[in-house]
Design a protein around this ligand. Structure first.
Ligand code: NAG
Ligand code: NAG
Ligand code: NAG
Length: 509
C-alpha cells in the first residue's frame, strides 16, 4: 500500500491546476521527490485535511488579529456574542496619513490606531510595563451603559476603596453632592446623567475612543506615573484638571492628605507664580509618583519665570509636563508673541527640558457667533456653538464637521489652536488633541463666578463643572502618552535612573 502523502501541494495547487502538465502534477511536489503522488483513495481525505488546515490557519490569523475579541468569539461559540465584543471586529483602523508621516519622521506608529486598541492589551512597550499597586476591575461597556457601573473617570470607585472615605475629599470625588471646590462646582446629577448618555451614545455608535474612555482604570495611566512627577502647567483650566487627577488617582495617595509643596526652594516657587498668583501644590502618590500643579497663564511668563526655575521647583528631566496656555490671550499678535517666547526657550534648552506634552485649547461656548470669548458682552449665557446643538457634528471617528461657513474655524480647531498646535508640534512636542471632544460639552459650563455673586448658575462658558471635560482629558493623556512611547523612551535613554524626590520615596523603573 502506498503511503498517503498530502504533500505541500495543498498550499499551492488548486484542484483544476493539478491537471496542468508540469505545474502541479501528482508526484512533483515542492520536494521534487518521486513519491507515488495522490491516489484516488487519498484525494477526498487530503481535501478534508487541507481544508481543516486552511480553516485552522484562518482562525489563528483571526486570533492574532483581534486578540481577546477573537478568543471570546471562539470560546463563546454557541453563546450570543455581546455587541461590545463584536464591535471591534467591524471597525476599520482609521488611517491618518499626517500622523503616519509624523511617525515615519521618528515618532511612533501607534498614532494610526487613533485610540482603537484593546484596553485589556494596550500597545504598551515592554520597558514601561509595570504592575499596578492596586487592583481595579475594568467595567464592561454593557454595565456602564446600563448604569450598573460608573466609569472610574466619572466618579466610579473600586470596591473596598479606602481614600474614597477621606472626609476632606472623598465626598467631593464621588461627585454625589453639589459642593464647591476652588470655584468649580460638581455637576448636578441630571447633568452627570446627560454626560453619561452622551458618551454611552457615542460608544454605541461605534466611537472606540469613547468606549475605551468609559472603561479606563487608574492602572492604565500608572506605567507613565510611577517613580516620577507629572506636572500640570497652565491657567485655571489646567488647575481644574489637577482637581480631576486628584480624584481619579485618589486611591494611590501615599498619605492622607497627600498634599505637599513641589520643593523647599521658596524663591523658585515665588518666581513661578508671577503670572498666576496661585501657590503650586503636589499630590504625593505611592511608588515615588507625584502630580503637581504649576499655575502660570501665558507662554511669555513661562519663558521668563517658570521654565528657568524648573530646577529649583524640582522638575527633573525624566518628569512629564502637561502644558497649555491659550485662553487668557484674546489677541492674535499677543498669542503669537507668547508662543514665540515659549518655543524659543524650549528650542534653546532642549537638553534640559523634561518631556513636554501640549494640551490644545478647549472650546468655549459663549453667546457669540462661534462661541469664542472674543466679542462677548455681559451677561454671559452659555450655549451650543452656532446656537444649535446640531451645528457641529462629531463623527464616531472623532472628526468634526459643520456645513456652516462661519463655523469652519471651529472645524479647524479654533483660531488659537490653528496658531499654537503646528508650532508646538514643530518643536517635537506631542500635542494632546482634545478640542473636538470639548465642542459638544456646552451644557457643563458652570463655575462659581465672583462677578455675579458666586452663584452656581452664573454663566461661565470657559470652565466646566466636574466631572466633565477635565476628567475626559485624563483619557486623552493616556492615549497621547501611549502614542508617544518611542519619543518618551528616547528622551529617557541614557539618563540617570529616576531619583526619589523625597525621603522614603521608592526608586522604581
Ligand atoms: C532655588 O532655585 C533657583 C532657580 O532654580 C536657583 O537658582 C537657586 O540656586 C535655588 N536655591 C537653592 C537654595 O537651592
Ligand atoms: C502674553 O499674553 C499676555 C496675556 O496673558 C499679554 O498680556 C502679554 O502682552 C503677552 N506677551 C507678549 C510678549 O505679547
Ligand atoms: C478633529 O476634527 C478635525 C476636522 O474634522 C480632524 O481633521 C481632526 O483629525 C480631528 N481630531 C481628532 C483628534 O480626531
Amino acid at each position: 500500500m502506498k503511503p498517503f502523502a498530502p504533500e505541500r501541494k495543498w498550499l499551492s495547487c488548486s484542484a483544476g491546476r493539478r491537471q496542468h502538465p508540469g505545474t502541479c502534477q501528482p508526484g512533483r511536489g515542492a520536494s521534487g521527490g518521486g513519491g507515488g503522488g495522490v491516489t484516488s483513495r487519498g484525494t477526498p481525505l487530503a481535501y478534508a485535511l487541507g481544508g481543516a488546515l486552511v480553516l485552522a490557519l484562518a482562525l489563528l490569523g483571526l486570533c492574532l488579529w483581534q486578540g481577546a475579541v477573537a478568543r471570546e468569539w471562539l470560546v463563546g461559540v454557541g453563546r450570543p456574542l455581546s455587541a461590545e465584543a463584536f464591535a471591534p471586529l467591524l471597525r476599520r483602523p482609521r488611517l491618518d496619513f499626517a500622523r503616519l508621516a509624523a511617525g515615519a519622521r521618528g515618532g511612533s506608529f501607534l498614532g494610526v490606531l487613533g485610540g482603537r486598541f484593546d484596553m485589556e492589551a494596550p500597545p504598551l512597550r515592554e520597558e514601561l510595563r509595570a504592575e499596578c499597586p492596586l487592583a481595579f476591575l475594568r467595567p464592561s461597556l454593557a454595565d456602564v451603559a446600563a448604569g450598573a457601573a460608573k466609569p472610574y473617570l466619572f466618579g466610579g470607585q473600586r470596591p473596598g476603596c479606602v481614600n474614597c472615605n477621606d472626609p476632606a475629599k472623598g465626598r467631593w470625588c464621588a461627585y454625589d453632592s453639589e459642593l464647591s471646590h476652588s470655584g468649580a462646582p460638581i455637576c448636578p446629577a441630571a447633568e452627570q446623567a446627560t454626560l453619561m448618555a452622551h458618551f454611552n451614545g457615542r460608544a454605541a455608535a461605534g466611537d472606540a475612543w469613547a468606549a475605551n474612555m468609559l472603561r479606563m482604570t487608574p492602572c492604565d495611566l500608572w506605567p507613565f506615573l510611577r517613580g516620577r512627577t507629572l506636572w500640570l502647567l497652565g491657567d485655571s483650566i489646567t488647575q481644574e484638571s489637577m482637581r480631576a487627577s486628584e480624584c481619579f488617582l485618589q486611591e494611590f495617595w501615599g498619605a492622607v492628605p497627600p498634599w505637599s509643596k513641589p520643593s523647599a526652594n521658596e524663591s523658585a516657587i515665588a518666581t513661578s507664580k508671577t503670572a498666576g498668583g496661585v501657590d503650586p501644590w503636589c499630590m504625593e502618590l505611592v511608588q515615588g509618583a507625584r502630580v503637581c500643579h504649576l499655575r502660570s497663564n501665558n507662554g511669555a511668563s513661562w519663558a521668563d519665570h517658570v521654565l528657568p526655575v524648573f530646577d529649583g521647583l524640582g522638575v527633573r528631566r525624566d518628569d512629564i509636563v502637561l502644558a497649555n496656555f491659550a485662553l487668557w490671550i484674546n489677541k492674535e499678535p499677543e498669542l503669537r508673541a507668547n508662543l514665540t517666547a515659549f518655543a524659543d526657550y524650549v528650542a534653546a534648552h532642549a537638553e534640559e527640558m523634561p518631556f513636554i506634552v501640549w494640551r490644545d485649547s478647549s472650546a468655549q461656548h459663549f453667546n457669540t457667533p462661534d462661541g469664542d470669548y472674543v466679542g462677548v458682552s455681559w451677561p454671559w449665557s452659555c450655549r451650543a456653538i452656532g446656537d444649535d446643538p446640531e451645528a457641529m457634528q462629531l463623527a464616531p471617528d472623532g472628526t468634526l464637521s459643520s456645513d456652516r461657513p462661519e463655523l469652519q474655524v471651529i472645524v479647524q480647531g479654533g483660531w488659537r489652536n490653528k496658531i499654537l498646535s503646528p508650532v508646538v508640534a514643530g518643536l517635537g512636542v506631542p500635542v494632546m488633541e482634545t478640542w473636538n471632544q470639548t465642542v459638544p460639552l456646552w451644557q457643563y459650563n458652570h463655575h462659581y463666578n465672583p462677578t455675579c455673586g458666586d452663584r452656581y448658575d452664573c454663566g461661565d462658558c470657559t470652565h466646566t463643572c466636574h466631572p466633565s471635560m477635565y476628567e475626559m482629558w485624563l483619557y486623552h493623556l493616556y492615549e497621547t502618552l501611549l502614542d508617544s512611547q518611542d519619543a518618551l523612551l528616547a528622551h529617557w535613554a541614557g539618563r540617570p535612573q529616576i531619583r526619589p524626590h523625597g525621603p522614603g520615596a521608592a526608586n522604581t523603573l
